[in-house]
Each structure stands twice: as C-alpha cells, then as structure tokens.
Design a binder for this molecule. Sequence first.
Ligand code: OFO
Length: 168
Amino acid sequence: MITKNLQDAFNEQINKELYSEYLYLSMATWFDAENLPGFASFFKIQVQEERFHAMKIYDFVNERGGRVILEKINKPQINFKSALAIFEMAYKHEQFISKSINELMDVSIEENDHATKSFLNWFIDEQVEEEASMDAIVGKLKMLGGNGHGLLMIDNELGTRVFTPPTN
Ligand code: OFO
C-alpha cells in the first residue's frame, strides 16, 4: 500500500505529465501553423509519450491501493519565437520533469518503499532519453540554422518519428 504522502506526490506528477502533453500539443499547433508538418508530427508523438507516462503512474497508484485525483491542467504557452526557442523550452521542461522524478525517488527512499523505487527506475532512465532527444534537436537547429534549407531538412527528418509504446 502506498502512503498518503507518496500518493499526493504521484498525483502531482500525473498532473505534470498531462501538462507536458498539453504543452507539446501547443508546440505542435505552432509548427502546423508555420507549415512545418515534420516538427508538428514530432510533437504529436511526444504528446502520446506523455499520455503514456501519465497512465503508467495512474495504473501504479491504483495497483498500490492509492486513489488517483485529477487536478486542473494549466494553459500552455501558445505563441513562440522560433523552432529553436521551442526546443530550448522543451529541453528545459524535460530537465524540470527529471528533477521532479528525482524528488519522487527521494521520498520513496525516505519511506523505504522498495516497490516504488523499482517503479521509478523506469522513469529515471526514460528522463535521460527525454532530455537527450530535445537537446539533440537544439544542437541540430544551431548547427544547420533555424530557417531556410536547414529547417526543412530537420522537418523532413522529424517527420519520420513513430510512436512505439514501451513494453515494460
Ligand atoms: Fe514525461 O517526460 Fe517528457 O515531460
């Protein structure tokens, strides 16, 4: 059985994952409006990943005898300066999410809850990927240029991303 303390922390994390979903959907709308379908598609797939993260925590809270409580999801930013500004923001956001997962791990260590620690290890590893994928595109945008040919090249590449739900 999960403690009330951890239940509350997990409910906050569900809200953060759902906010991530909403933020990335907002970024997709910006790219769609800019006629960059590959970038938009990248973020629509990221939206699915974030929903997967939220539901993974949802299921765990239930399995451990806790109660999922949904709160309001904040309105995401709508207007952005450039593709580079979006990916810099996404990278920063993923760093914030990693910090939040680390804090959840700290609580589960304090409470000596081994099942929760084991569960959170998946998220610790996942966040390494989440940060790296945003940071890699920041690097590409800086290298190839945030407009013209470079932007179209990256758009083509990002359009090939597919969503593969993790099996574990
Ligand atoms: Fe759920 O990892 Fe991104 O935000």
